[in-house]
Design a protein around this ligand. Sequence first.
Ligand code: GLV
Length: 319
Amino acid sequence: MAKSILVSNVLPAEALGIIPREVTVDYNDTEAGLSKTELIARLRGKDGLICHIISKIDDEVLAAAPTVKVVANVAVGYNNIDVVAARRRGVVVTNTPDVLTETTADFAWALLMATARRVVEADHFARSGQWRRWQWDLLWGADVYGKTLGVVGFGRIGRAVAHRALGFNMRVLYQDAVRADVGVERELRASRMELEPLLAEADFVSLHTPLLPETRHLINERTLRLMKKSAVLVNASRGPVVDEAALVRALKDGWIAAAGLDVFEEEPKVHPGLVPLKNVVLAPHIASASFDTRLAMATLAVRNCLAVLDGKPALTPVP
Ligand code: GLV
């Protein structure tokens, strides 16, 4: 029987182009995505779904779509999908690991550097017309080279972030539930630590943990107060890993020096307390947004969906 899929969010034409003609595609090409009611209505009778993280696939959506065999998320994180419910209903869930690792690590570093060296403030200043002469004490920032980097979550992206730190001659500390192989620790010159001593020692803390019940608000008032006053926090994982209200207080009252954030607790809302602060660099969840990477993610999601519809194993099912 001919198969049909719902593509609930925008995808590059090259990725859609690999879908064979005999598969019927219901494509929502609007940037806004679908409401839950629209999603449920358009999933009726479909065999598969390809979606972005803005589509919330909970048990109610899955229950209303009993013909769906696969949900292919175009992201490495999949906290938008109720994976337990999907498994119970025999629905395969896939994500897009590996293809975005380096690009996301690049962006975490872009935030780290921009925050440490005040690039956004410098840009605003240079454009503003206030720049009258070379100034000795203008926009001093923090050194990165030779400092200590703390990586929280030492999976693919966390390790790629640590790898870049070699070029900056940094000491790398990491926290993860699982210890990395000794060979990896040696290659990345990284030492495992518990979260609290890591926060106390690191000059830069970069978050790369998935959003799980145990990582929600991992960074909160108590843990922020453990960090150095000179420390910089970078978050390119998931917004709710950080208690944003506590972070606003930390940045205003000087418990830490600065933060670079790509993700927020209630995207697309940015906590209003963050907006006026100069010591925070904000980005609208774009860490994987390079031309090549977004195409690779979309292509992998399409291939995952097609594989399952063909009765084959998914290329990258969620663990
Ligand atoms: C983006 O946030 C992703 O999880 O890929």
